[in-house]
Design a protein around this ligand. Structure first.
Ligand code: FES
Ligand code: FES
Length: 132
């Protein structure tokens, strides 16, 4: 199948590949798998605890070109966003930006699920150990 130029660009020059320390309190980690194909995506955010703004992001994706491109795009997009803004990201925006064909839309859903899981993980960490 033909990939769009943007998918190829993010696939050949993926942004923000790597990992943060999972145990770091300012880091949120989202790890999700795609039931449709078995691909796995790990997406991490680094948050400024003072402002609640995402300062940096990393990903590792074991998957197809569209999944890699979707996660690369999301790590760029979330920088400078608040947690609420990141959690509200819709996969349709990713799919549109990358011009994903219908069979590849689940790859962008993986990226949406991963960023949501990362935000949730960060939030759960902040409430841990604090008086109820
Ligand atoms: Fe698994 Fe995309 S179907 S790589
Ligand atoms: Fe399954 Fe892309 S994540 S084909």
């Amino acid at each position: 199948m033909a990939y769009s130029d943007k998918v190829i660009d993010h696939y050949e020059n993926p942004r923000n590949v790597g990992s943060f320390d999972k145990g770091d309190n300012s880091v949120g980690t989202g790890m999700v798998g795609a039931p449709a194909c078995g691909d796995v995506m790990k997406l991490q955010i680094k948050v400024n605890p003072e402002t609640g703004v995402i300062e940096d992001a990393r990903f590792k994706t074991y998957g197809c070109g569209s999944a890699i491109a979707s996660s690369s795009l999301v790590t760029e997009w979330v920088k400078g966003k608040t947690l609420d803004e990141a959690a509200a990201l819709k996969n349709s925006i990713i799919a549109e930006e990358l011009a994903l064909p219908p069979v590849k839309v689940h790859c962008s859903i993986l990226a949406e699920d991963a960023i949501k899981a990362a935000v949730q993980d960060y939030r759960e960490k902040q409430t841990q150990g604090q008086p109820a």
